[in-house]
Write a protein that binds this ligand. Sequence first.
Ligand SMILES: Nc1ncnc2c1ncn2[C@@H]1O[C@H](COP(=O)(O)OP(=O)(O)OP(=O)(O)O)[C@@H](O)[C@H]1O
Ligand SMILES: [Mg+2]
Length: 597
Amino acid sequence: MGSLLLRRRLSRTLLPDNAKIYESTWESKFGTSNGICRCLRKLGSSVRTSKFDFTDLTRPHTWYPIARRKKRNIFLHVGPTNSGKTYNALKRLESSSSGIYCGPLRLLAWEVAQRLNKAKVPCDLITGQERDEVDGAKHKAVTVEMADVTSDYSCAVVDEIQASYISYSLSSFSQMMGCKSRGFSFTRALLGISADELHLCGDPAAVPLIQEILKVTDDNVQVQYYERLSPLIPLKVPLGSFSNIQNGDCIVTFSRVDIYSIKRQIENGMKHLCSVVYGSLPPATRTRQATMFNDEKSEFGVLVASDAIGMGLNLNISRIIFSTLRKFDGVETRDLTVSEIKQIAGRAGRYKSKFPVGEVTCLDGNDLPLLHSSLGSPSPILEVRPSLNLGLIRLFLNYLNFDGTCWDMQKAGIFPTFDLLLMYSCLHPTYGLRQILEHFVENAKLSTNYFITNCEDMLKVAAIIDELPLTLNDKYLFAMSPVDVNDDISSQGLTQFAQSYSKNRMVHLKEIFTPGTLKVPKSHNALKELESIHKVLDLYVWLSFHLEDSFPDRELAASQKAICSMLIEEFLGRDGWQKPRPIRRVPRNSSRKNLLP
Ligand SMILES: Nc1ncnc2c1ncn2[C@@H]1O[C@H](COP(=O)(O)OP(=O)(O)OP(=O)(O)O)[C@@H](O)[C@H]1O
Ligand SMILES: [Mg+2]
């Protein structure tokens, strides 16, 4: 076969989400993946010298032929927090004959599935760690990574769409984008979902980029701007002391240690009990903590939370109190951006809730000027030419106290999928996954609207698993898994799973944990360890959905996860001034002895 024919086939075939559609064509021509590699290697120099460039990612909209066959009606719902964007998009979803909701968090997908099922619209819940299928369901609520780009829907909703873009290196969404799959999953949903109506909800700052990206898709795009439904009042006086805390208050701080320290200080006053919400709490625990806070009859009337409340949870907050306006973002301790302050502050005062008017203030009076100026700033729009020096821009923005969101520097995340990397690897058969990723990312060609999402975490995992006798496919899977590489226990869990899998193709949970790992935590370090173990169990469940035969203990992992959450919640309950309550019963189909080998 000549290189021209090969090129034509590749251009139709290798692109990420076409893989399934053209799989049969490939297999009949070339056999399996190995066959593809053999074929490419045989063609060797002719492929290498041909004009086909595997690293050309300049036309990602062509990766989704099903969506491209359609002229989609796209509605951009944009506005501040609490303005009814998601509410209106969900109304459309609910009244459609089939549909899909894609959210950034499992909690949001849960909430939507619950809401639709309650409204007698059967809806499946699908996340990396859950498959809850409902009879006759034509609707799905999924985390954005699970967005289905191979089916056709009447209506689709992609929530918090701003997570798909980043303002180059100055992102106010760095937390989202630091997560390896987030950005490109949103871009994939935006370009790839085939639906008559596609509703995108998010920040107005995302509008120009999305309009620009959609210029080439031939879709109809309409923008609907929203205003906040309930007032938000910046207070002129700081809280000053925790003795001034009231029910309905939410104290925001940015470290786990500070969350527990503030909880203790408030509870020592013997007037209030605090729920806590922060990123590394198991999702189910977060939901229950939020529910306790929302429940008027519960004693937990105050919330101490990190910026994990900025997105997703529906909370009945009367007043947001920033304990600080600085946070460590993984690299440096910096002032919060305007967007971050607005997003978090906007959580106070929910429309039609017990506290329809929101208030916001700081613990320390010195922080009030920054809070007030940020809340008073419009969404920042800066004309910054990309050729300008980034360091200077950063200084300039800091000086002006501007958010770093600048149109010229906004880009949507994108990442090569396995099919592309496989093709690339065929031409470099001696490379491990790490080298393939590094070389691919280094050589990738992108159009101006896109950037390749940060794959540092993937590279860390690749470095570990490249040592093991695994196929590229397996390595890619482990590298894409939701492991927290900055958490030692989580990383060790992944390493053990991968080692065990490479040896026996069978990974039992009992072989992984040592006796006594799961105990009621007695200290904050023990609590942290339990949170990490929960992450490992979550990872096991995720792997069990991808390598079903090799990870057979999903049910055990799920019951251990439930016990982990219970022990954490037990700790949270005991941590207050309330008398310790007895440990709640273990769920019926989980057995405590199962925790120990
Ligand atoms: N027309 C409406 N009738 C009744 N309740 C509404 C209406 N619009 C919004 N709400 C309620 O107001 C609250 C905020 O709405 P929603 O979650 O849609 O805001 P949002 O703009 O998506 O906010 P965020 O940016 O924080 O996600 C929700 O509790 C929602 O149920
Ligand atoms: Mg919303």
